[in-house]
Design a protein around this ligand. Structure first.
Ligand SMILES: NC(=O)c1ccc[n+]([C@@H]2O[C@H](COP(=O)([O-])OP(=O)(O)OC[C@H]3O[C@@H](n4cnc5c(N)ncnc54)[C@H](O)[C@@H]3O)[C@@H](O)[C@H]2O)c1
Length: 348
């Protein structure tokens, strides 16, 4: 039997990629799945090659003594209740983004996980891509010096060709452009700048194309973040573009700059009039089959084996990004800057 027996809640598109990734980890295995649709244990065994108990009652999956990790792949508005119940039952947590659609729910999830002392992993998996492992190594080696400006932007047209469009267009399900998907870029920027955000200003707009008219919230936002140390960051979240997927990354520091996979570093004495290209696999796809879930989950299980919080994507780290997202969405509504200290009060 594997050390980490995982029960999946919500058997949709993301779940299928999670199952393959978990089963590929050396000490983990999927042993149960909750779905609102009836599932056949024989078919699941045939598809995944191991015994998986199907449940149609979330409470029963959470109560299953064989399950010690619960992986939440349901609709965003279901995450909080399910994560809190799982934590209260002592299960470690994997949670798909966004954590929840209100800051109050996000804090309630954090409180439940902290109280139960369970391990946590939030699916901001871009951190475990080759691009961001390499980007972080460049930052940590000091090749950029001290970063005073950064922009990481999410360009991914989420139209009728993308599965989650059917529910993502609803405000009560998708939430906002940042909650729906731009959160990946904002979280990556916060981690690369490695400082505390104190204030944000965000503006919103929307494409006039018919595909994007069904959205009940603005599909493009641009958010400017002021950090405590005086540095500045920017994240555009663009769900209504007609172009290839693009995770635009530009970090500017006292010793050099990084633009996606291109570097200039003064200390390397290379030609400043041209970028030096680095070999890295870029984050360039919205397909869950291309996401580095296996690397992320291996890092999670490895951290738990060592009794530590996982790097980059623990619940506590993800909460910091969600505070900025809710502040940005409030800024759009209010039409002015919002302090993080102000948004924290609204979530208490
Ligand atoms: N980290 C990422 O990059 C990434 C990518 C995709 C989705 N997600 C997240 O994963 C979560 C689930 O998204 P998804 O793309 O898997 O959505 P999905 O629509 O495929 O599944 C969402 C939910 O709907 C249920 N469902 C799907 N089809 C159903 C049907 N025919 N009948 C009844 N229930 C059905 C699923 O069991 C699941 O609970 C969301 O929080 C989403 O934001 C994250």
């Amino acid at each position: 039997m594997a050390k980490y027996n995982v029960g999946i809640i919500g058997y949709g598109w993301a779940a299928t990629a999670h199952i393959d990734a978990i089963n590929a980890c050396p000490d983990a295995e999927v042993v149960a799945i909750y779905s609102s649709r009836p599932l056949d244990a024989g078919e699941l065994k045939q598809r995944y090659g191991s015994d998986i108990t199907p449940y149609r009652d979330v409470k029963k999956l959470i109560a299953d003594e064989n399950v010690n990790v619960v992986d939440i792949c349901s609709y965003p508005y279901q995450h909080a209740k399910q994560a809190i119940a799982a934590a209260e039952a002592g299960k470690h947590l994997i949670v798909e983004k966004p954590l929840a659609l209100s800051l109050k729910d996000v804090y309630a999830m954090q409180k439940a996980a902290q109280k139960a002392g369970v391990g946590t992993c939030v699916c901001f998996e871009a951190w475990f891509s080759n691009q961001f492992q390499s980007t972080k190594a460049i930052i940590d080696k000091g090749l950029l010096g001290s970063i005073h400006y950064g922009e990481i932007d999410y360009y991914h047209g989420v139209g009728p060709w993308y599965g989650q469009y059917r529910w993502n267009v609803k405000k009560r399900a998708g939430g906002s452009s940042l909650l729906s998907a731009g959160c990946h870029a904002l979280d990556a920027l916060r981690g690369c700048m490695d400082g505390e955000v104190v204030e944000v200003t965000s503006y919103a707009t929307q494409s006039s194309h018919k595909y994007f008219k069904k959205y009940e919230y603005p599909t493009t936002t641009v958010t400017i973040m002021k950090f405590k140390d005086g540095s500045v960051g920017k994240t555009a979240s663009v769900l209504d573009c007609l172009q290839p997927y693009y995770f635009h990354t530009h970090l500017v520091g006292s010793k050099g700059s990084l633009l996606d996979n291109k570097l200039h570093c003064e200390e390397l004495k290379s030609d400043k009039t041209q970028w030096s290209e680095l070999s890295m696999k870029l984050v360039d796809s919205g397909d869950v089959a291309d996401h580095p879930y296996q690397t992320q989950f291996e890092a999670f299980f490895d951290a738990m084996n060592k009794g530590k919080e996982m790097p980059h994507t623990s619940l506590d780290e993800a909460v910091l990004s969600h505070e900025i997202i809710f502040a940005a969405d409030l800024s759009v509504k209010k039409g002015g800057p919002v302090k993080i200290s102000e948004i924290r009060m609204t979530g208490k």
